[in-house]
Every structure is written in structure tokens, then in C-alpha cells.
Design a binder for this molecule. Structure first.
Ligand code: NAP
Length: 320
């Protein structure tokens, strides 16, 4: 278990790293890459003037620009850190400017759609290694990022068939330098796993807040005032960025609909247990689920901290 970020690397992994999209994830990568000397030069690009100004003020990169093509011109690795639906537009702009052999990666929460969009756009010489750091918060923008975000979290790489092995190893090394554990799987499997562990839970959180807000009998101020543990903890992720999550659901339709179908079947079974006063059935399910939930804590993927450890200090404290 990694406790904190190691010392700066003596030899950087990349000469020049371009990060496109300087939001929560992109700015966290910039911070940790700088801290670990993972790249000799860090170039940041974004379309948001506000994000670029903050990135400059925070000193997150050696170059900060709104010119996406220019940002990748000298890069041996470019990481797209924009909402999933923006990858195509970004890919089209950067493709002609990529250096021969440049690695192109991303951090999107959906992988199949990202590969099918980027693969045909990128030049044959570019080496695509999609990645998804399973780490984040419900906040956005350059100020929300922090260097320890990825410590002890998993990053999933989904190299397409025939991906360049050296490029995969370099991207693996980069994420390991950020303190992450790396796993490799197919994009289709990633999308199915994340549908149940991340996408459907977000949908349910958004939905329950919407339901509470639509109730005629309960006012919004009552919901906020009496949001005891259940509503408060359960709905933290309903504050997540609407653009990012719209794009996740539009680009992982099949897996999300499959998992929602299973969820609905199980919810119907639970409804029946309540209607039939089946206490044994409810108790058995809650006992089973409790053990699984406690396992998440035991695996170091959760802490007892009130902020879930997600705002780990810039001091390098673990974000577990
Ligand atoms: P974010 O904080 O909202 O930052 C995204 C940045 O990209 C914004 O500055 C945005 O500018 C910019 N952008 C959008 N479209 C662009 C374009 N066409 N060209 C250039 N820049 C563009 O988002 P984030 O939370 O870092 O998420 C980025 C990616 O990481 C997403 O694909 C998401 O699925 C993935 N991810 C997120 C999390 C998480 O917890 N947040 C975790 C793992 C992976 P505007 O604000 O002007 O749109």
C-alpha cells in the first residue's frame, strides 16, 4: 500500500507531457507529474479562459495555452482530460499536430466509446492507450485538483487490440508514479464494471434528489434540514458535474441500461419483501450487503474521515 508520493524521479518518464482539459483530473495530473518529475516539461491546454487563468496563477504548467494543436506539437504523451463527449472535437484538432510515435491517452469514465471515436481520427503513428483513474470528487475545475488524488486508487488501462506494448508500459509507469495501482482490461469489461460501481450509483443519487425535490408534501428546506446520514451521505455524488455525467450516460448506454435492468429487478424483489413483511429476507440481504460494504473499507478504498478522504491535503497525505 502506497502511503505517500515518492521522491521526484531522477529520469522523467516523458520529455514533454501535454494535458488537455485542466479541470479536476487534468490539474491533479499536472500537480502530481510536477511533484514526481514525471515529465521534463508540462504543457496545459483548455478551451476555458477561466481554467487557463487559474492554471497560470497556480503555476500548474510550463506552458499554458488555448491552442490545443500547439499544445501537443512537442509532446511525447498527450492526455485528454475533457468530458467524454468532447474527445472527438479535441482528437480532430490535435491529430494533425501529433509528433510521430506520440502516445495519446485519456482519463474518460467510459472507454469503449472513447476508443471508437479516437482510433479512426488519430494518425497511424500515434499510440493510443486509454486510461481511467477510478478516483475523483464531486468538484470540478483547476482549483479542485490535488497531487495525492490518485494514491492507492486504481487506474484501469484499456489498450485496444494491437496497442503498442512500450506505450502501454510507459502509461502504466506514469500512473504508478502518481501512486495508483494499475489494472488492464478490455474496454467492454471496463464499461460493464463501472456501470455498476459508478455510473448507476450516480444515476440513483441524481434520481433520489430529484424525487425528493418533486415531493409536494415535503419542502426543499425540510429535505436539506433533515438530511440525516442516509440522504446526506448517499447523495454526495449528486453534486457531481452535470456535463461530465451527461456524457457518461450518453456514451455508456448499453452497459448502464443492462445494469439498471438488473437493479430494477432486485428493487422489485425488495419491494415485495416489504409488502409481505418478509423480515428474514430483508435481514439476510442487509447482512450480505453489509459484509460487502465493510470490505470496501478493509480494502483501503474508503476511510472514516467525514470528507471520505477525498480532499487529502497537498502535503502528500494519502487520498484514501
Ligand atoms: P472538469 O473539472 O469539468 O474539467 C474539464 C475541463 O475540460 C474544463 O476546463 C473544460 O472547460 C475543458 N473542456 C471541455 N471541452 C473541451 C474542449 N472541447 N477542448 C478543450 N477543453 C475542453 O472535468 P473533470 O472532472 O476533470 O473530468 C474530466 C474527465 O475525467 C472526464 O472525461 C471524466 O469522465 C473523467 N473522470 C472524472 C472523474 C471525476 O471524479 N471528476 C474521475 C475519473 C475520471 P469548460 O469548463 O469550459 O467546459
Amino acid at each position: 500500500v502506497v502511503e505517500r508520493l515518492g521522491a521526484p524521479l531522477i529520469e522523467p518518464i516523458f520529455e514533454e507531457l501535454a494535458i488537455i482539459g485542466v479541470g479536476l483530473i487534468g490539474s491533479s495530473i499536472a500537480r502530481v507529474a510536477r511533484r514526481r518529475n514525471a515529465a521534463r516539461r508540462i504543457v496545459l491546454a483548455d478551451k476555458s479562459v477561466g481554467a487557463l487563468e487559474r492554471a497560470k496563477a497556480l503555476g500548474l504548467g510550463d506552458v499554458v495555452t488555448d491552442d490545443l494543436a500547439r499544445s501537443v506539437r512537442g509532446a511525447d504523451c498527450a492526455i485528454l482530460c475533457v468530458p467524454v463527449g468532447a474527445n472527438e472535437a479535441v482528437g480532430r484538432v490535435i491529430a494533425p499536430a501529433l509528433k510521430p510515435g506520440a502516445i495519446v491517452s485519456d482519463v474518460g469514465s467510459v472507454k469503449g466509446a472513447v476508443i471508437s471515436v479516437l482510433q479512426p481520427i488519430l494518425p497511424g503513428h500515434a499510440r493510443l492507450v486509454p486510461a481511467h483513474p477510478v478516483a475523483g470528487t464531486e468538484q470540478s475545475g483547476p482549483d479542485a485538483g490535488f497531487a495525492s488524488l490518485f494514491i492507492n486508487r486504481w487506474t484501469i488501462l484499456t489498450p485496444p487490440d494491437g496497442a503498442d506494448e512500450d506505450a502501454v508500459e510507459k502509461v502504466r509507469g506514469l500512473w504508478e508514479a502518481f501512486g495508483a495501482h494499475v489494472e488492464i482490461m478490455s474496454a467492454a469489461h471496463h464499461d460493464l464494471v463501472l456501470a455498476i460501481t459508478s455510473h448507476v450509483p450516480h444515476l440513483i443519487a441524481y434520481n433520489i434528489v430529484g424525487t425528493a425535490d418533486d415531493l409536494a408534501e415535503v419542502t426543499q428546506s425540510e429535505v436539506i434540514k433533515f438530511s440525516a446520514g442516509g440522504f446526506r451521505d448517499f447523495t454526495r455524488i449528486a453534486a457531481s458535474d452535470p456535463t461530465m455525467w451527461r456524457d457518461v450516460f450518453l456514451h455508456n448506454k448499453d452497459a448502464v441500461l443492462e445494469m439498471l435492468g438488473r437493479f430494477n429487478e432486485d428493487l422489485t424483489a425488495l419491494q415485495r419483501m416489504i409488502r409481505r413483511s418478509d423480515g428474514d429476507g430483508l435481514f439476510a440481504l442487509f447482512t450480505r450487503t453489509r459484509a460487502i460494504r465493510l470490505g470496501i473499507v478493509a480494502e483501503g478504498q474508503e476511510t472514516a474521515q467525514p470528507d471520505f478522504g477525498r480532499r487529502a491535503a497537498e502535503s502528500g497525505e494519502p487520498a484514501s
